[in-house]
Design a protein around this ligand. Sequence first.
Ligand code: ADP
Length: 599
Amino acid sequence: MRLGWAGKAAIAASLPVVVGLAAFLLVTVHRLGKVTRDSLDHSLLREARGVARAVARGPFDAGELQKWAHELGQDTGARITVIDEDGTVLADSHVDDKDVGALENHGERPEVAEARAKGEAIRTRHSRTIDRDLLYAAVRVPGSMRVVRIARNLAEVDAALRDASRTFWYVALGVGGAGVLVAALFARGLARPLGELTAAAQRVEAGDFSARVYPHGSDEVARLGHAFNRMTVQLRETLARAEAEAARLSAVLEGMNEGVVAVDAQERISFVNGAARGILALPPDAEIAGKRIYELVREPRVLGLVQAAASGRGPVEAEIRHDGPPRRLVQVRAAPVGTGVILVLRDMSRLRRLEQMRTDFVSNVSHELRTPLASIAAAVETLQDDGARLDPNEGPRFVQMIQRNLRRLEALLDDILALSRLESRPETLPREPLDLAGVVRAACEELMERARQAGIALTVRAERSRVVGDGVTLRRVLDNLVVNAITYTPRGGKVDVVLEPRDGAATVEVRDTGIGIPEEDLDRIFERFYRVDKARSRSAGGTGLGLAIVKHAVGLHGGTVEVKSRLARGSTFTVRIPLAAEAAPTGAADAGASGEMAL
Ligand code: ADP
């Protein structure tokens, strides 16, 4: 059996009491024996002296002396012996009268010899005569060398003493037991609140901060209980603060564009944010936990950076290629934090792609500008020649050529500027509520003549569709789509423009019965300067930027554009722009705005 805290405390508390009590009793019993013996010695001596004085007052003859001694012995219960000068026993209370003479000489008995020499003696000795421990008191009879000796059986005295000490032991056991009981009760009283405290502490350890103890009184244990309650409250507040802090930190880290990876002193990954997971194409958290950085990022330089940062050496920044998929160019910066290292990752791929796009754009623009400029230069050079300038046919032909190329340059610059405005300062675009039907109709009306000249039937049907955005930009979207439809549709074809609100979006469809777009080019026609047929586009005055502008402009309005096309059958471009929330019920004045209208 294991002793509980209370049991141990009870034993600990009562042990000194029990030991002290036992020692006290031992000493007391010992002292009692000694005192009893001392007083017995004295009384026996006193008795012996009395008997000696009585014998001295004699004279008794031998027979009388024996009789007297016998009677005295009967009265007192002690053995009384009278010994003559030569050691002969004159009388003995415990011996029959006739046997006295037969007793051996007592002159050499130590107490007798001592009494004779010193006057009196007290001795404890084994009596051979009766085979017992006896206490002897011997006293010389005044005026002679006779000795009176009184013997008492010690067995009685010892029995009395044993009796007394047994009583003492019983009392001691009783008192000791009571002491242990009191100590146990006291310990239990102490153990109960401590037990409650332990249970509450275990609940706190398991994460339950509502655990409380209810201390009674004002002793140390109660004070401990109050302190425990206060500590729990503080612990909960501190933990809540720490948790809020951690949540904020992880929200910040999760919201960052840069990837963040925390690595501990053993190069194990301890934290990864969403951006890092994306950049490094990492598996879910459960598979990352506890892995070493080089198991997940197989680029030796990353480990080099971690070690360099951890040991305070440089360089701690590098640009690495991460063999995706997708492949990425990643800028990695490492900084020591505590015993670990924090890696900050920046995906440079997009930046590089944008840089590349810009470079491509500049070279494309230069290329696009060079052709009309070269034509203009050639025409001007020819016109410098009087013959050509004054020739009634050649002269106007070259001037027209210059005019045509100037228009192309103008159109090109106009598109470049439009695109750059949409790209660089989208926030400056006006955002006003407008009816897209007005924009669609205006665009078609203006292009009606151009369609007619190209031998194409252009129809428009526009239902009222309110959107929020920039009318000028949306007009450019419509212009580009309808111009393309006319341009890439042979004579005799049809172009239908339909606007209607559908599924929460103002939906414009520009359908033509033209040449169509090859399947493999469908994805690319929205790229800048991408043309399926360069010569045809150029001869029609196209810049190759129209659809790029459309895509960008629609995107800035929160919309989408898509194309469906079949070669030699025609194409349909569909633009969807979210409808604006209606501010007021439709008025009667707007009624005529919808409905089909052939222009
Ligand atoms: P472009 O100024 O050359 O028309 P766009 O960006 O407007 O430039 O169009 C890109 C290319 O897409 C065109 O060169 C043409 O090949 C193709 N394309 C655009 N619209 C149509 C259409 N309606 N039918 C056939 N091809 C078209």
